[in-house]
Design a binder for this molecule. Structure first.
Ligand code: SAM
Length: 309
């Protein structure tokens, strides 16, 4: 039952992701398209009176509720929805950056580098990150190339189907390097690791990383499929730092993800004396948690009702 429901949700998520990617290309990358969206949202306010109001904030009435979208074009509605979805993830990066305890940023599922670049900006902007200058930003993905020599995927049909939308443009590593050059933040600290997680998240990588005395400050999991979540959870278990963050983009959508996370946190508690605190959601799909040390020496509170109340 859960398996059938999980795979239906997965295919819905894939279709949605493809639709959003196409829409982002249409709505997000063209200024003239954005100008049309802006005109549709602001049509009742003369240009001279718009000031510096954020265009999508116009969706809300003065006292909070959403305005009617009946008069918006399909493009404007899509752009507004995209804005909401992407903004939520940008706020997740700011949430972690605003209360930072050190460590490196690891993103699993990084194609297009939208959320990766969110974190570069959040890290640059937030005060608490400034004390931690020895930071690295790792991005793990196939970056369009599933058929690297020795790849585990070449024979797996279901994996090929999942990756199809991400491989149709061919090897995109150079393009992703260009995105980083253009973003122009922490460029020498960014590391793109190309390949399937099954091939790149190796014991050798981990052993060198831990010998360098490094730890993960934020693990950002945006990898859609349950099997990829499993690979990542098993890899990061002993690399997560105290007070580190973990974000799961499918936490509320794919039942496998909260299930794996429950196992992950149970073992963290038993083997590493770490607990987890829910921090916030991203829309109806994602959630971010912080992993905190459990204080062994805390004596219980003395809580008694007074005689006279
Ligand atoms: C939704 S996209 C990531 C979007 C990205 N975080 C952004 O905001 O621009 C999901 C990515 O997960 C990657 N992925 C999923 N499973 C993987 C695996 N086992 N190995 C490598 N990459 C994987 C896919 O290649 C895809 O690019």
């Amino acid at each position: 039952m859960v398996g059938r429901m999980g795979s239906r949700l997965q295919s819905l998520k894939h279709r949605m992701a493809r639709r959003l990617n196409r829409a982002a290309a249409r709505a997000g990358l063209s200024w003239s398209r954005l100008n049309q969206v802006e005109a549709a949202l602001f049509r009742d306010i003369p240009a001279a009176e718009r000031g510096d109001v954020q265009v999508f904030d116009r969706l809300y009435k003065l006292h909070g509720p959403l305005r009617s979208t009946a008069g918006l074009t399909a493009d404007a509605k899509l752009a507004a929805e995209l804005h909401f979805l992407f903004r939520e993830k940008a706020e997740v990066a700011l949430t972690a950056g605003s209360s930072w305890y050190g460590g490196d940023y690891f993103e699993f599922g990084a194609h297009d580098l939208n959320t990766f670049r969110n974190m570069l900006s959040a890290y640059d902007m937030c005060g608490m990150t400034q004390a931690y200058t020895d930071v690295r930003f790792y991005a793990f993905d196939i970056f369009g190339d599933l058929a690297k020599p020795g790849s585990s995927a070449s024979t797996d049909e279901s994996l090929n189907a999942y990756f199809a939308p991400y491989t149709q443009g061919g090897n995109a590593i150079k393009l992703h390097e260009k995105y980083l050059d253009q973003h122009n933040l922490f460029r020498d600290k960014c590391i793109l690791v190309q390949g399937l997680f099954q091939d790149t998240l190796t014991p050798e990588f981990k052993s060198i990383y831990l010998k360098e005395n490094r730890k993960i400050g934020f693990a950002f999991l945006d990898c859609n499929v349950g099997s990829s979540y499993r690979t990542v959870f098993e890899f990061i278990f002993d690399m997560m730092g105290e007070n580190s963050y973990i974000y799961m983009d499918e936490y509320f959508q794919n039942p496998l993800v909260p299930n794996y996370f429950a196992q992950f946190t149970e073992e963290l508690r038993k083997q590493r004396s770490m607990g987890s605190l829910y921090i916030r959601n991203a829309g109806g799909y994602g959630a971010v948690f912080r992993l905190h040390p459990i204080w062994q020496d805390t004596s219980p509170l003395s809580l008694k009702l007074s005689a006279k109340r």
